[in-house]
Design a protein around this ligand. Sequence first.
Ligand code: ADP
Ligand code: MG
Length: 212
Amino acid sequence: MNKAKFSSLNLPDALVSNLDSLGYHSMTAIQAASLPAILDNRDVIAQAKTGSGKTAAFGLGLLTSINPRWFAIQALVLCPTRELADQVAQEIRRLARSIDNVKVITLCGGTPMAPQRASLEHGAHIVVGTPGRLQDHLSRGTLELAGVKTLVLDEADRMVDMGFIEEIVGIVRACPRQRQTLMFSATYPDNIRKLAEQFMKNPHMVQVEALH
Ligand code: ADP
Ligand code: MG
């Protein structure tokens, strides 16, 4: 099969050559199926197995919509665990290497609040975090989400299974109504469907069975 190239998308050249240097020469199946709609600023629900390259799908989407010269949180990624949040933040930093001055921070539980408050005061463009700690920052007034253009719910099914639904609802409500919402989930049970109906606008659905 002739695999789709990143260069067939409307991505900045610098991003495409950085992808090449990362060894990402062609899109995985979920990237090929979701990136056109993501880059078109649509809401997208993507269902695919672990290891299928979902992080780059939403990572490229949010990197093309942020403005690095505006120091405000413009993209927010919710992950179920600290380990996953760290992995996602690392991957976004790798994807962002070709763009100057993009600041990505993680806000997760199990680490002290003070350094997180300090990095928020310093300013960031992209926040990756777990629902409990993000809600904690919101209730203390240390997290400002009014500038969010892209909201990502990564591993939404796991976050809901872990009992984070109330936190997720609170965080989504703190984001502007006018935004892009991307939801990634390995499964698509009824409670996830309801969450999507509540928070997403005419979402484009993509489902990929195979890994590549
Ligand atoms: P998922 O979130 O779907 O479980 P990840 O985003 O963690 O998957 O990606 C799995 C692995 O695939 C990572 O090691 C990542 O670097 C790699 N990867 C992602 N996209 C590509 C690509 N287009 N070409 C080659 N490797 C890729
Ligand atoms: Mg993932």
